[in-house]
Design a protein around this ligand. Sequence first.
Ligand SMILES: Cc1cc2nc3c(=O)[nH]c(=O)nc-3n(C[C@H](O)[C@H](O)[C@H](O)COP(=O)(O)O)c2cc1C
Ligand code: SF4
Length: 543
Amino acid sequence: MSMRGPKRHLLIPIDPYTLSKGAERVKAALDKALALSNLTDTVRVVETGTVGHHEHGVLLIVYPDGVVYGDVTVDNIPQIVREHLQENRVVEGLVVRDVRIGPFDTRARRVEKQVRLVLRNVGLIDPESIEDYIAHEGYEAAARALTSLSPEQVLETVKASGIQGRGGAGFPTGVKWSFAAREKAPQKYIVCNADEGEPGTFKDRLILEGDPHSVLEGMLLAGYAVGATKGYVYIRGEYRMSIARMRKAIDQARSKGLLGRNILGSGFDFDVEVREGAGAYICGEETALLESMEGKRGEPRNKPPFPPQAGLWGMPTVVNNVETLANIPLIVKNGASWYRQFGTPTCPGTKVFTLVGNIVSPGLIEVPMGITLREVIFDIGHGIPRGRGFLFAQTGGTTGGILAAGELDVPMAYDTLRQVGSGLGSGALLVVDDSNCVVDLVQNFVEFFNHESCGKCTLCREGTGRLLEILHRLTSGQGDPRDIDLIRRLSVNMKRAAFCGLGQAAPTPILGALQRFEEIFREHAESHTCRAGVCRMRAEVAA
Ligand SMILES: Cc1cc2nc3c(=O)[nH]c(=O)nc-3n(C[C@H](O)[C@H](O)[C@H](O)COP(=O)(O)O)c2cc1C
Ligand code: SF4
């Protein structure tokens, strides 16, 4: 987006949510109104990815004024065009004040307590324009790496940055890359894992929709560092907009010589293709993903060998998450010590979350590692609606651990959350208020795992079914005091002995909930009451 030319830029975030609220109609009305008012030369309308504030419907951000209009409808357009764009008077009644995201803030890249590194361009640039990405320092890291850094130097920078993978397990990215780099093989691959199958998680989708080139540039740098010449982006099939924008980004990068043969005259070849997933959660597990890419049933493989040694078609393969890859260009461009100024010494950088559940301002946020849950919920998310009390938060998607009120000040980072039996997981942060029942919610999570279990190993296939049966008993007033112990034993065994991460992680929320809210489980099992009045039995306060 050039700063010369048009006097004003109107940013309109287009994502599936705003589309459902009529964003396309608003955009069409805007185009028409600007043409009728002869403003098309002085006002440019830019479709961007989401800015993450779903509570305000269709947003219109007027730049450089820094004014954000919310819940915009077709009917508001004539007024905005006439008063704001022609007469320079802000339409106060339509302004939303709590949205502090926009290009007016991104120079400092700080918004309230957020630090927007990965989301630096999301909501600011036109994701379908490589020129916009380049105008915002895009492909500078790739150009620098290919022309003046060796693959080893790129690898060392990523290693020294200390970045840990953002797909859930938190494995150090530079270390993973070094395993692939040291292999000798006729072909190596980079796979971007954009499967994102956890309920409530959509951060990768919004990164892909808002800034696909940052992910592509990250893949290119990964390829250069480890000696891979081919990349695949494995995207969940339902993510139509992500797929379309990524395909367009690939075409644009190819046409500018940033993908393909002899990139920027460096002698390095790298190309990327999109592969569509069919919607099975297990296909996000990296080895099941590779099986699925090879056209087989999506079931996890035995490890070792790990994918960096033998991955896609037996060749060394780096599988990285979307958010991990979107961090890479910044790290290579600005250096490891720059990156380490964000986050904590043991867990550098930022984390993107989708803030969902009982929260006043849900949406997409990016925060430095080490921020407390309290700051995220009450400062960024503006607390819990309707004056309800906080019951718990789940910090890592459906497989994440549970944090109760006494743990609101635990720093959110891989190591500190691990100490309390939780994790950062997929980046969904679910806030639950005291009108909900923890047993009922845990039952919902187990339903998901039971449905998504691939069936390869008995402990997970049968275990999730048995857990579901017991939880059904508890929530329908048929429970027995022995059920609590049964749940605990089964969960511990699954955690220890299930074949892959799905079965091992499925009990995490159950054990976390049992540890913190055992009395609520006991009320369900012994006196057959649900204090929240959610489960199918007498809603009485048992305590
Ligand atoms: C059941 C299951 C589902 C997973 N789904 C995803 C996913 O959708 N996206 C993702 O990046 N990682 C997912 N993972 C983690 C991947 O196996 C892998 O660790 C990750 O893609 C590595 O990338 P990173 O090092 O950049 O984090 C999943 C793991 C399990 C066990
Ligand atoms: S743990 Fe579950 S998902 Fe993983 S291999 Fe076993 S049955 Fe399949």
